[in-house]
Design a protein around this ligand. Structure first.
Ligand code: TYM
Length: 391
């Protein structure tokens, strides 16, 4: 059984309530081998079909973004309807976010890079919610001051990716709750406790802040109308772990006179260990945007690969890129050229290259990327205020 709701919730990403092999995909925990086809079935989402990809292509100069081409984004809800409306002249806005529990890792950048592509292609606004309140509520140990500090740090990463202030509106939940509050009330009034419990797995011991909280992640789906008077759909690019929020939000949207928010879901960039997603709670298997060259080298060197026990054996029989955490880095972000990616895969499976070579190459690519990102992150400190949502 897929656990779609966190049971025995006491900490995001550190929940030990399930056996190690069981697939768990909730907004707070992703564990085990993720079966994306099963998620589509059990979450009730739609696969991104080749027909729909062709339709997207007509808006993107007949060229698909790498994350679509490689099926990293693999599922959706109402993307077709949103495109149909767009083609008839109704715009959409983008909405995504971050739970500031610590530094941003490369996995978080996956949906944000795609969001930037959508923003530039469709010339849309982005609402970006930073949920310091959520990260405080879901962890008994965590202090609100700590999550608020990470809100600032994480916003710098978003800005460093190249989002423009004219079209990007960051919502810091505890600072901006006045903007959201009336919408959260509208939403919360229409979600029963029974729906919330079955969607999120709440228990008698769950604090009531957490129970209400789903309404706060729902609110930015509808904020554009409040700010501008325009009633347009929101399209949410995010990994599929956030889906339970959208299910409850979609249930109430039309009752409140809004469009149902649409989603496009991505897979998880795995950690550098043997399974599960990259997660800030496992720093040794995550590359953070603030890591220094030596940290990167050390983590990559210790990474799990699809290699053989000895170099001689690998030269003879080849390795398995499909289970290799390093190969995923090339696949998700760091090898844009499909021919070069294929070549690397071929050389790996035929034993022409060994894991050390791939590790050395990815360390160089990562450090080059991080050096430039960290420079832009520093510069973002001077302009961060321009991105703060205005009343
Ligand atoms: P958070 O901080 O857990 O994650 C931020 C975004 O990153 C995605 N994600 C990943 N994507 C690919 N590979 C990974 N290893 C990986 N790990 C995380 C998440 O799906 C998310 O898109 N509650 C949210 C914050 C939030 C939000 C939103 C997210 C508020 N409103 C709207 C998406 C859309 C959270 O804690 O995200």
């Amino acid at each position: 059984m897929i656990k779609t709701a966190a049971l025995d919730i006491n900490d995001d990403n550190t929940n030990n309530s399930s056996s190690s092999n069981e697939m768990v995909v909730t907004p707070w925990e992703v564990k085990g081998k993720v079966d994306y086809d099963r998620l589509i079935k059990e979450f009730g989402t739609q696969p991104l079909t080749s027909q729909l990809l062709k339709r997207i292509e007509t808006h993107t100069d007949n060229k698909l973004h790498l994350q679509l081409e490689r099926k990293i984004f693999f599922s959706h809800r109402d993307l077709d309807t949103t495109l149909e409306l767009y083609e008839k002249g109704t715009k959409f806005v983008l909405y995504t976010g971050r739970g500031p529990s610590g530094p941003v890792h490369i996995g978080h950048l996956v949906p944000w890079i795609f969001t930037l592509h959508l923003q530039q292609t469709f010339k849309t606004r982005l609402y970006f919610q930073i949920t310091d309140d959520e990260k405080y509520l879901v962890n008994d140990e965590r202090d609100l001051k700590e999550t608020t500090k990470w809100s600032y740090e994480n916003a710098l990463d978003l800005i460093a990716l190249g989002f423009k202030p004219e079209d990007t509106f960051i919502i810091y939940n505890t600072k901006d709750i006045d903007l959201l509050y009336d919408i959260t009330l509208e939403v919360a009034k229409r979600i029963t406790y029974s729906t919330a419990r079955s969607s999120f797995g709440f228990q008698d011991s769950t604090n009531i802040g957490w129970v209400y909280w789903a309404a706060i992640q729902a609110a930015p789906c509808f904020i554009h109308k409040k700010l501008t008077g325009e009633n347009v759909p929101a399209l949410i690019p995010a990994a599929i772990d956030q889906d339970p929020y959208w299910r409850v939000t979609r249930d109430v949207a039309q009752k409140l006179g809004y469009h149902k928010p649409a989603q496009i879901h991505c897979r998880f960039l795995p950690g550098l260990g043997t399974g599960g997603k990259m997660s800030a709670s496992m720093p040794e298997t995550s590359i953070f945007t603030t890591d220094q060259p030596n940290d990167v080298k050390k983590k990559i060197w210790g990474a799990y690969t699809g290699g053989k026990p000895t170099a001689a054996e690998q030269r003879k029989t080849g390795a398995n890129p499909q289970i290799c955490s390093i190969y995923q880095y090339y696949h998700y972000i760091f090898e844009e050229d499909p021919t070069k990616l294929k070549e690397r895969e071929h050389k790996c499976t035929t034993g022409e290259i060994l894991c050390g070579e791939c590790k050395k190459d990815i360390t160089e690519k990562l450090n080059k990327f991080l050096e430039a990102h960290q420079e832009r992150r520093e510069k973002a400190k001077n302009i961060i205020e321009q991105y703060h949502i205005k009343r």
